[in-house]
Design a protein around this ligand. Sequence first.
Ligand SMILES: [Zn+2]
Length: 279
Amino acid sequence: MEKINALSIDLEEWFHSELLEGQRPPIFQAPEATQQVLDLLDRYQTKGTFFIVGEVAERHPELVRAIFERGHEIGCHGFSHQPLWRLNEDSLREELRRFHSVMEGILEKVVIKGFRAPCFSLDNRTKWALRVLVDFGHQYDASIFPVKLNPLYGVSGAPMQPYRISLKDVRKEDRSSPLMEFPTPPLTLWKFKIPIAGGFYLRIFPLSFLHWGLKRINRKQPFLFYFHPWEGYEGTPRLKLSFTNRLISYYGIHSALKKLEFLLNHFKFARVDQILGLR
Ligand SMILES: [Zn+2]
């Protein structure tokens, strides 16, 4: 049977990326960039999960309402997009308190089940965050990237399939844990693990390879796909950056939405909470 995959959109401003070397010109374009994604999802009658940055919601409450009214799940992507490695337990509590208070102001009784850490920054150095998520009523996390490719993020040895995550070791399953984890599985080829399910990997790999690789993941399990609205928006400001950061930030922006459309045509997607059976 065809697998149903999880679709996640990290709703942040283009300047929330960690790679912009501290530059942050005050240009706001999340509504325009997100509108394109919302229209595309409507055309394919697909619902997904929007992990939203609190300060973006605060500035654009009408955008949050539009996402909610179209039937997408609202999740949390922090308040100010600080990676967990820059926070501690107290400051994460403050981030979540502000996020939830903004969301309650916009949507009243919405239940926020899911959390995605900025920059996939959950690993065993930041596992203290899991207890905070539980205290704020979150039912799942979607921040584990089970491949360690760079010093910033990745947890090698973490499960590839959704699991109940141990609060003591993020790589371990604990059936009594109050929190589910939906990791972003890579393509496993022989002994290599290649991330392909979203973001920069969507932009850099050719469609034929993405199609083949994602089908291959689907032989065993659903994948969790992620995308940022700024990645598919021509108006995203192009800053002067080092060669590598320019490549990772801007490569393939012009074709990203077309690629996403191709995937919507060839794979089935749903909200993360739906696939985890949380509705
Ligand atoms: Zn983010």
